[in-house]
Write a protein that binds this ligand. Structure first.
Ligand SMILES: [Zn+2]
Length: 184
């Protein structure tokens, strides 16, 4: 992902400490719905379409669950001292995408990336974008929200309308038409 960040700088052709660029962010869960204990958020470059960052979030640990019954025993204390817990998210599964986005934006300006994601392409759900804005990752520098024109069109038409064929020429073309989103 360090190489991907370098490729963004090369493509934009801007030399400097921090490069402004755009990302498409998306969250997915191990299971459908918002009951999954594991989720992942990815940030894909709008310039190179390569992955710049991922954040894996988990709010449950099998070992912790297994050892819970032995809490207070000497063996529990020994295990706990050695245990490297996988839990890095204490909120709900539904909040994972927003939390992951905030983490990804907050570390983008740090080495080795040195990037400012000033264009945010996301789906219609503005919750994650709002959380990113609230976190103010770049000290007041504006972040613009983009939305895929085709996705917006599909969402605004009746449910009987079929989605574009994934990978088709038409689908690829439509997905590149980004518009400014009114959701700010
Ligand atoms: Zn644990």
């Amino acid at each position: 992902m360090t190489i991907a960040a370098a490729e963004v700088k090369e493509k934009i052709g801007v030399t400097g400490d921090i490069t402004k660029c755009g990302v498409s962010v998306d969250g997915t869960w191990q299971r459908r719905g918002h009951s999954s204990h594991h989720g992942v958020v990815t940030a894909i470059s709008l310039e190179t379409r390569k992955c710049l960052d991922t954040e894996i979030l988990t709010n449950a640990c099998r070992q912790c669950t297994r050892w819970e019954i032995q809490k207070g025993t000497p063996s529990y204390d020994i295990w706990k001292a050695r245990h490297k817990c996988q839990v890095n998210h204490t909120g709900s599964s539904g909040a994972m995408e927003a939390v992951g986005c905030v983490r990804i934006f907050s570390r983008s300006i740090l080495p080795p990336r040195n990037l400012q994601y000033v264009k945010y392409l996301g789906d219609g759900d503005s919750a994650s974008f709002k959380k990113v804005l609230e976190s103010n990752p770049y000290g007041g520098i504006d972040i613009e929200k983009l939305e895929c024109a085709r996705a917006k069109k599909v969402r605004n038409t009746s449910s009987s309308t079929k989605s574009p064929k994934q990978g088709s020429e038409a689908g690829r073309w439509e997905r590149t038409k980004w518009i400014r989103s009114p959701h700010r």
